[in-house]
Design a protein around this ligand. Structure first.
Ligand code: FIX
Ligand code: ZN
Length: 419
């Protein structure tokens, strides 16, 4: 980073730190965004922002439309309902609603006009490719990590017909169906030419699953292998999930030097009628993670947990295992109140050896608000921490602030991945 510290050095202490935190470019290490080559998979624009599943869940608190009727509507009509109920009939104070307004404001749009058709016209006039770069600049994001699933019917053909690398995006291999729905996935793998057995997996199956993982890792140039797991995930266990992790995923990650990213705590389809908005949270037993970290010291695990009540235990585990990298404030924890609590707790227990945030954005422009909001909180906690140090007489230099922030914003993560 060029001159931030030189400029910041002229400012009061707290403002210096804020300036560095607000402006240091970073990689967004977990999103659900796609490079433009994936066409309709890349979501952007005001209607997509309004029907983000976080907002849909909130809108149904007020809506009395039957679920199926809502889903049968065209997207602009769904968005109109969300706008009506969450922005016009009530003040938009939830974090997800506020996020839409932060985003529009940062894009130079006048939110006080409350003019949805005008917002639609503005987005319709954008060139998608330039708009991506513009949003990344506003968010200070230098690389967007995607979530790439070979099991996705829309995504798979793009990879198979030859995806041309877009420097702004980094692929990551997502394997939930492989680990969480083995019988169905075995059928799909067999159809794609892998000689797997449908029942309890044996050595032949393990070899074939590894061939599958190797082919897709190379095809995508994946940075890590990822799965989100339910609260009752156990390891080791006498089930296909556990065996596939031990015999396929972990050796694969060791061979390719990749972290295995685990996201424990999601209860899928608590209310299936809400579709993507219908997932919930549960307390995880992190003994499974302890067993993984202890049993496989040659593997690297990057982990974010969904339950607030698991955050402390996760930090303690990271103190015990250097092959564990804690990242992000995921989904229901991505609200200012919890981001601040978690960031403070992580700094107090782990120093600077974690990655405080990822956006989990599903709609392009969300990177703007997710990063603006989180950066402010991270700055606030850092100012507090450096100030407490100053009470002992320890003074940090502007260069040291920059070094620390760069470590938090991708530097530490990249080192962990290279190890
Ligand atoms: O599993 C995940 O990666 C989750 O982030 C998603 O399933 C979830 O829908 C989401 O968007 C959370 O932010
Ligand atoms: Zn996600």
């Amino acid at each position: 980073m060029k001159t931030i510290h030189a400029e910041a050095a002229q400012l009061p202490f707290a403002t210096q730190i804020e300036t560095v935190v607000m402006s240091t470019p970073l990689p967004d290490i977990h999103t659900h965004l796609y490079a433009p080559a994936f066409r309709e998979l890349l979501l952007w624009g005001i209607d997509e922002l309004l029907i983000y599943h976080y907002l849909v869940a909130e809108a149904f608190r007020y809506l009395d439309v039957p679920y199926e009727k809502f889903w049968a509507m065209p997207k602009p009509e769904q968005a109109g309902l969300v706008w009506q109920h969450l922005f016009l009939e009530h003040s938009p104070i939830s974090e997800s609603c506020r996020g839409v307004l932060t985003t529009l404001h940062a894009l130079g749009l006048d939110v006080k006009k409350r003019d949805l058709p005008a917002l639609r016209s503005w987005f319709a006039a954008q060139d998608a490719d330039q708009h991506i770069t513009h949003c990344m600049e506003l968010a200070g994001v230098k690389k967007i990590y995607m979530t790439n699933s070979p099991f996705d019917e829309l995504e798979r053909p793009v990879w198979e017909t030859g995806y041309r690398q877009d420097e702004r995006f980094q692929a990551c291999l997502r394997i939930d169906p492989l680990l969480l729905a083995w019988p169905e996935t075995a059928v799909a793998l067999a159809r794609w030419g892998y000689a797997v057995e449908a029942g309890q997996p044996g050595q032949k199956t393990f070899d074939e699953v590894r061939r599958f993982l190797a082919e897709w890792t190379k095809r995508m140039g994946a940075a890590y292998v990822m799965v989100s797991i339910p609260p009752d995930f156990a390891f080791p266990a006498k089930n296909a999930t556990s065996q596939l992790i031990e015999k396929c995923v972990l050796p694969h990650c060791r061979e390719f030097g990749l972290p295995f990213a685990l996201m424990p705590g999601v209860r899928r389809a608590v209310n299936p009628q809400l579709r993507l908005a219908g997932d919930g949270v549960g307390l995880s037993n992190l003994t499974a993670l302890q067993n993984l970290c202890a049993g496989f010291p040659e593997n690297k695990f990057m982990v974010t947990v969904l339950a607030r009540e698991n955050q402390h235990e996760l930090c303690v585990l990271a103190r015990k295992f250097r092959n564990l990298h804690v990242f992000g404030c995921w989904w229901f924890t991505n609200v200012p109140y919890l981001i601040e609590e978690m960031t403070r707790m992580r700094m107090e227990l782990l120093g600077l050896s974690f990655t405080p945030q990822h956006s989990d954005a599903r709609v392009l422009e969300q990177i703007i608000y997710k990063w603006q909001h989180s950066r402010r909180i991270i700055a606030k906690v850092l100012v507090e921490k450096y100030s407490i140090l100053a009470q002992t007489g320890w003074q940090v230099t502007p260069e040291e602030v920059e070094r620390d922030v760069q470590g938090l914003f991708g530097g530490g993560f990249e080192r962990f991945c290279r190890k």
